[in-house]
Design a protein around this ligand. Structure first.
Ligand code: BGC
Length: 248
């Protein structure tokens, strides 16, 4: 079965039909730039363009980089326009997509769901934490494979700062940090999250997971196993489609 997945990110909005048996994109994904400011109307237009590119007429799963409750209500908007807060995203996207069934979930939760079924977390029991390092830091917490949604561990405080302001890949780029310097920050962050949750496994996602050899070997003093995500940039799209298959 195929379902459409859309991933809303800080720089791009990308989507494709997903083959749910294989956990892969069924066609090459289509990407448009995220509008600035990333308002609900602007983002909804971009989502319409992505979905319209494929002439898709079935259910659509959409990720959002903030807290999403009940598959619809946006509660936070750290890295997108604040006017998203309290937006009913299912209604917004559903009407923009001419009534297609829509479900919305947090972007890191979507990536996590995909990694747990098809990627680095496959068949893993116990506590697993998927962290996406990008514009912000997203988190997805799994206990015996079940998602505890909207954990928002990127906003933990680390040395008097929000963790995502220190250890996201945006922080690395903004402050021109070396891999060594940035890895020290990521190490501190992982040690803090480990202190709170004692996971068996950390899965590190986001675009930087493609360069894991540059920083994962530098991370010491964390007991949990640490592995790079396997679905990389498509995890959000795949996870969104998986969720839509069960709820939209
Ligand atoms: C948001 C999270 C999101 C993460 C990654 C954070 O700033 O609060 O909801 O998952 O960024 O996009």
């Amino acid at each position: 079965m195929q379902i459409f997945g859309v991933d809303i990110g800080g720089s791009g909005i990308k989507g494709a039909p997903v083959d749910l048996e294989r956990g892969e994109l069924a066609q090459e994904r289509h990407k448009v730039l995220t509008p600035h400011p990333a308002t609900p109307d602007g983002v909804a237009d971009a989502v319409k363009e992505v979905v319209g590119h494929f002439g898709w007429t079935g259910p659509v799963g959409i990720t959002f980089p903030g807290v999403v409750t009940g598959g619809s209500m946006i509660r936070t908007a750290a890295n997108v326009d604040k006017s998203w807060i309290d937006t009913d995203a299912r209604t917004l996207f559903g009407s923009r997509l001419n009534g297609l069934p829509v479900t919305v979930l947090n972007d890191a939760d979507a990536a996590g769901v995909a990694e747990m079924k098809f990627g680095a977390g496959r068949d893993r029991k116990g506590t697993v934490i998927v962290l996406t390092l990008g514009t912000g830091i997203g988190s997805a917490l799994f206990v015996d494979g079940a998602l505890v949604p909207n954990t928002e561990l990127g906003h933990l405080e680390l040395g008097g700062h929000e963790a995502e302001k220190r250890a996201s890949t945006k922080a690395k780029e903004d402050h021109d940090l070396t891999w060594e310097h940035w890895a020290r920050r990521v190490r501190k962050y992982l040690a803090h999250v480990e202190m709170l949750f004692s996971p068996e496994l950390f899965v590190i996602g986001g675009g930087v997971s493609r360069k894991s050899e540059k920083f994962l070997p530098l991370i010491e003093g964390v007991t949990a196993e640490i592995v790079p995500a396997q679905l990389q940039n498509n995890a959000g799209i795949v996870g969104a489609a998986m969720r839509a298959a069960t709820t939209a």
